[in-house]
Write a protein of this length. Structure first.
Ligand SMILES: [Zn+2]
Length: 358
């Protein structure tokens, strides 16, 4: 049974009106599943609160088109509002606009030149351990197996290639506790943070060009902890940092680079330690891959490096070259005034239709 409109822009508005905060995607998944099941040219699979629809035309190549159904928490914008060709509301740009484009293609392109796998997945906007695409990639990688994938997060209508890797690490600095009246009896671990902070503050971001796109490393302190009492020289202090690394480095290489960068201000003999808390590798741009080159060609605009981490890395880890491309301004994502225009949706649909047509 179809309960969603046919027109692309109306469809996006209807999707905004179906609440789907992370972990609450079930109703939207059910509606998408029913809609896709009404298309006789698609095989539909429900995986938890995610929905996968596939063509089985026996084409030489398969392309996976993916987007997440969940949104962040609404901020007074839970209802769709349409004004002069612009759709406002939670998830409008991130990424129900993209979901509408995917559903429209899934419904209407019955004879693509490549086989297609559409993936509508849950839990992207929360901790990565819950990400349903990541779970599918690990538990049933055959579901997303393809020659190339496009992640339809908003990119302003250009291909944003690859993504940076990201790591959180905790640096523990050691000292020796003492009474503050007799500080010479100890070593102040908080004072020892000064050279570490200076190093982070003056970090000169490494830049690297891959397939003509420039990626940068970034290194930022995100938390500091330390101190025992108002009269104690602290014997320990901790700093958590976030290291964003260009996709020319693997997880192991990024960790080695971080340790090398920090080594001048650490003293392992007295007990300083660096502990990696979590790490997610990036993904290379793959701009020379014929399908991704075709996508870039269809946009008619030069590609850019993706700044940040996205699920193209999940595809890359599963052996599928992927690129970011979707409707709307990515800088509006998660903002209370997020919106996407009818023209942006139509343009993105046109580009993806060109990718999957002759
Ligand atoms: Zn998103």
């Amino acid at each position: 049974m179809k309960e969603l409109p046919d027109d692309l822009f109306d469809l996006a508005a209807a999707l905004v009106d179906i609440p789907s905060q992370s972990r609450k995607e079930g109703r939207l998944a059910g509606i998408l599943e029913a809609d896709l099941r009404s298309c006789s040219h698609l095989d539909v699979l429900r995986v938890g609160d995610s929905v996968v629809a596939r063509t089985g035309l026996g084409r030489a190549e398969r392309v996976c088109l993916a987007g997440h159904m969940d949104t962040v928490r609404p901020a007074g914008n839970e209802r769709a509002r349409v004004e002069e060709g612009t759709l406002w509301g939670v998830g409008s740009v991130d990424m129900k606009g993209g979901i509408a484009v995917l559903l429209d293609l899934a419904r209407t392109v019955e004879e693509p030149v490549v086989d297609l796998t559409y993936v509508f997945y849950a839990c992207e906007e929360i901790d990565h351990s819950e990400n349903a695409l990541g779970r599918i990639a690990v538990e049933s990688p055959e579901v997303i197996a393809a020659d190339a994938a496009v992640l339809c997060e908003p990119t302003g209508g250009v291909v944003q290639a690859g993504c940076q890797g990201t790591m959180r690490a905790r640096v523990r600095l050691s000292g020796r506790p003492a009474h503050t009246a007799r500080p010479w009896m100890g070593t102040n671990a908080i004072h020892r943070m000064a050279p570490l902070l200076a190093l982070l503050g003056s970090y000169d971001s490494r830049r690297v060009e891959l397939d003509g796109c420039e990626y940068a490393d970034q290194l930022q302190a995100v938390r500091v902890e330390g101190g025992v009492a108002g009269n104690v020289v602290p014997g320990e202090a901790e700093l958590t940092l976030n290291y964003r690394f260009a996709p020319d480095r693997s997880e192991a290489e990024a960790e080695a680079e971080l340790r090398r960068l920090l080594s001048p201000v650490l003293d392992e003999v007295i007990g300083d330690r660096v502990e990696v808390l979590d790490i997610a590798p990036g993904a290379p741009p793959f701009l020379r891959h014929p399908l991704i080159a075709k996508l870039v060609g269809a946009t008619g605009r030069p590609p850019e490096a993706k700044v940040g981490w996205t699920d193209v890395a999940t595809f890359f880890a599963a052996g599928v070259p992927a690129a970011n491309f979707g409707p709307g301004d990515p800088s509006l994502a998660h903002s209370p005034d997020e919106h996407v225009s009818e023209a942006e949706l139509a343009e993105a649909r046109g580009v993806l239709a060109a990718l999957i047509s002759a």
